[in-house]
Design a protein around this ligand. Structure first.
Ligand SMILES: CC(C)(COP(=O)(O)OP(=O)(O)OC[C@H]1O[C@@H](n2cnc3c(N)ncnc32)[C@H](O)[C@@H]1OP(=O)(O)O)[C@@H](O)C(=O)NCCC(=O)NCCS
Length: 140
């Protein structure tokens, strides 16, 4: 039985770090084990959803938003041993619940595009991004 919890207060930070270490999430901060920066980023988020198997966080995602017009999904991740069992979908549904009127954007990791397609997302014709450094996701 998987529990989906919303909010920052419920988070077990070591368990969250383990998730992002395993999935190489939060722009490399997980692999770098930089919990301080991850905490700072999560504290500044609009909504955070974590998925739990007992006392272990097995998945998470967050929404950055103004709550009125726009939102952006980031850091969707499910532990490798729990993937493809519906946990990612469960997190996304909780994250988007109550934000139906918002324009929601996201960028997919390579290979995860069909996950977002199945949740109703479509490719944007003119989306652009700027990274602090080089990225394999950007065209020349
Ligand atoms: C991408 C990710 C979050 C998906 O979570 P998940 O729990 O495995 O996904 P779900 O089991 O809820 O899948 C929902 C549907 O999407 C499909 N799906 C999931 N991941 C997929 C993938 N990588 N490619 C194609 N389809 C995928 C599932 O088969 C399922 O389809 P169905 O409804 O027809 O049965 C997870 O695989 C993950 O953490 N990957 C590594 C980190 C990553 O790439 N994160 C995304 C950052 S943008």
């Amino acid at each position: 039985m998987i529990d989906y919890k919303t909010g920052i207060d419920v988070i077990d930070w070591e368990s969250l770090l383990q998730l992002y270490f395993e999935t190489d999430g939060v722009v490399g901060l997980g692999r770098a084990e930089n919990l301080e920066r991850i905490k700072e980023a999560f504290l500044n988020s609009y909504k955070i959803v974590t998925a739990w198997d007992g006392d272990r966080i097995i998945g998470a995602g967050r929404l950055i938003s103004d709550g009125v017009c726009y939102g952006w999904i980031h850091d969707m991740a499910v532990r490798p041993d729990c993937q493809k069992t519906g946990v990612g979908r469960g997190i996304m549904e909780e994250l988007l619940d109550g934000s139906e009127s918002l324009l929601i954007g996201l960028t997919s990791a390579f290979g995860a595009e069909d996950f977002y397609h199945k949740l109703g997302f479509k490719k944007h014709k003119t989306a652009m991004a700027k990274y602090p450094g080089e990225s394999i996701y950007l065209e020349d």
